[in-house]
Design a protein. Sequence first.
Length: 559
Amino acid sequence: MANNNQDQLFKAFGLFIEAFRPYVVSLLMEEDGDKWPAKFVEVLSFDQKEKWNMGLRNGSTPETLIDFHHLKSFAIQKKDLLKKDFTKSISALPNWLSEIAQLRHEVAHFSAEINEDEATKVWIHMKTIAKTIGMPELEEELKKIQNSNDTKQAEKVVVVAAETVYSGALKPWFQIAQPHFDIKQGILDESVFAANLAEVALGNGREIYKDPNTFFSKTYFTAGLKSVAKTVIKGLNGNEDAENRVISLQTGFGGGKTHTLISIYHLCNWGKNAINSPFTNELLSYAGNPEFEKANIAVFTNTTNDVANGRMTDDGILIQTVWGEIAYQLGGKEGFEIVRKNDEQLIAPAGIFKKVLQNYTPALILIDELADYCVKAAAKKTGNTTLADQTISFMQEFTEAVAATENCVAIITLPASVQEVANSPEAASILSSLQSRVSRVGADTQPVAEDEIYEVIRRRLFEDIGDKAYIENVANQYIDLYTQHKTELPSNASKNEYKKKIIQSYPFHPELVDIFKIKWASNNNFQRTRGVLRLLAAIVSDLWKRQQSLSGTNILIHS
């Protein structure tokens, strides 16, 4: 199947599951109220239940844990609940959902040949289900996506290549720009914008994060992200110097750290298959192609391992430390055995962790929110020290081991200030100790530069912003207006640099973005990129729904 058809299916599957999850929840709540998760889990297999429970422990909400491969069992076991909507088609529904899940799996894993007849059936199934459960907007969006390739081909025929200037009348932004479906529908809860690396590693959470194609389709590849990806791929390919194998990401709330880690996770989990995605061309053209089949990946966040109780694995191993987690995730029981005594005694390994890394290359270790974990670990005593002290000590052993191991890379995130962890002398001491151990070895990188936030916002909120020539004409007319009134406006408003800002920020007026980016971001509790996205998404969603009643020209979004 051609990449453009895969692209259409990726988008369709993401929209379908995000719409079907709330439908499932609404049915169960009618019967069981807030106890619906327990009833849903009853239809799952043993392995699915284990993964569900692990997802809950890592902070996933029950709704986001509902996945494609659960739906057939749900349709069979909860037939009575579904019968009121599906009536005569109730007996066919399990097979429909099974075929949808199967094709989604094949597309996600870049199966060499996808049967066109099977794909056609799945399109019909998804549209029929959307219509049956009373979601006409979803049905129309699916039709639009399915036919988008034909539309693009038709547009190419009528485009005049030499035409670079737009001189027509300006229109309201909502007649030019198209928000993503979730923004149009107002799906704006915190989980949509709060990236969770632990969820992704478990295959849970929102499609926008856990499905790599959906994720990359809405990701703007910043200079920082490209730089990190290049370093990681070179390192895992075996072509990077020792000093560049440990990368430190240190920014404020919502500064793009976790988004970068998820990008790298997906890229390295794909390995060589990354070149098959229609959404990674730009990134790989800069970073280079992975030469490994698939990296061994260990992920540690502040929710991976409970400080008080540890984590019990599916094969009965109790893991209590970060070194135990990394060893187990890279090498299973065999890898864990190397540091088992250190994990049991809560004592950081000394001189032996390099063996873990050497045994399981190519190895990628992603550590997020370690400072927050250490603040909790400070309460757990181990001999004359604490688990936090041992963890901080381990980071020196760990970073040196990574630097000394070919085909091995680690990325570690740290907060920019102690206020992001716990504003206390103890937290400040922990952060300072971690900084000295990580930054001493690693290369510091800023995921999102200040001038890149405009494109980050546009890529996440809009699937299409219109023609470049039209946007430039908008900027020209605004600058003409500001020039006429330059005595009443700031001196920079009529300059060419401001025209560039208008083009960069379309369909927003740059001042609206700057209010959040500059003024609000000075508040330590405001989550920078994430916070800007969440607020602007709410504005776009509200205006989109009220577009028929809006007054004024609405050429740009001013407020």
